[in-house]
Design a protein around this ligand. Structure first.
Ligand code: CA
Length: 230
């Protein structure tokens, strides 16, 4: 497969270990030891995935992640964060920074490589979001803006459709209420539109999706995730 992985890590031993294991698996690698270098290389090398350490000198992993996701050129590159603590990691992937996954240190190369392959595969599937997507009992026609449950058409409002589409595009990833609010209602949404609005729309969307409602998973005190076996 020869996909290119950008390794961003300041600990030389970990870099060496990663380079060795990734090359053995047939990946190409480039490495950066700080956040500035990471941004520079991400732009120039256009990697297929970035392994981004959280604790870096200068621009730390979180800042770098934010920057990468802000720039159009690098926004679609999947990012796996390397962190020391699970609690930190939950926040990172939870926050709307756009990290696709995380691995906590110390990790086994085998586990990391499995995650890398999964994230790259997911990215490719998402890229080619087809005109009509069928997930078990749910059919979404993106060109006609139509949704069917068990072959029966359901009437969704524009906002409900956007909500469903946004969740599906990020399949498997948790999206916060704030993120959904900003994405679907816009940054300058009226003050009276609160994050609760998202819950209200999710509720009515679920009601309409009937048996498929279970694909929209609530992440307590945080947001929602689309999860369906295909
Ligand atoms: Ca580090």
């Amino acid at each position: 497969m020869k996909e290119k992985i950008l390794i961003v890590e300041d600990e030389k031993d970990i870099v060496k270990m990663l380079e060795y294991n990734l090359k053995k698996e047939g990946f190409r690698t480039v490495s950066a030891s700080d956040g500035e270098d990471a941004l520079d290389l991400a732009n120039r090398e256009n990697p297929d995935l970035i392994l981004l350490d959280l604790m870096l000198p200068g621009i730390d992993g979180l800042e770098a992640c934010k920057e990468l996701k802000k720039e159009q050129k690098t926004a679609s590159i999947p990012i796996i964060m390397l962190t020391a603590k699970t609690q930190e990691a939950d926040k990172i992937v939870g926050l709307e920074l756009g990290a696709d996954d995380y691995v906590t240190k110390p990790f086994s190369p085998r586990e990391l490589i499995a995650r890398i392959k999964a994230v790259i595969r997911r990215g490719k599937e998402k890229e080619k979001l087809p005109e009509i997507l069928k997930i078990a009992d749910l059919t979404i026609d993106f060109s006609k803006i139509q949704v069917g449950v068990k072959e029966k058409l359901v009437e969704l409002t524009a906002k409900e459709f956007e909500l469903l589409k946004t969740l599906i595009k990020a399949r498997g990833r948790v999206l916060s209420r704030d993120y959904l609010l900003d994405t679907i209602w816009g940054f300058d949404h009226a003050i009276e539109i609160q994050t609760r609005t998202v819950d209200v729309h999710i509720r009515s969307l679920r009601k309409k999706l009937k048996v498929c409602a279970k694909y929209i998973v609530t992440v307590k005190n945080y947001g929602y995730r689309f999860e369906a076996e295909e």
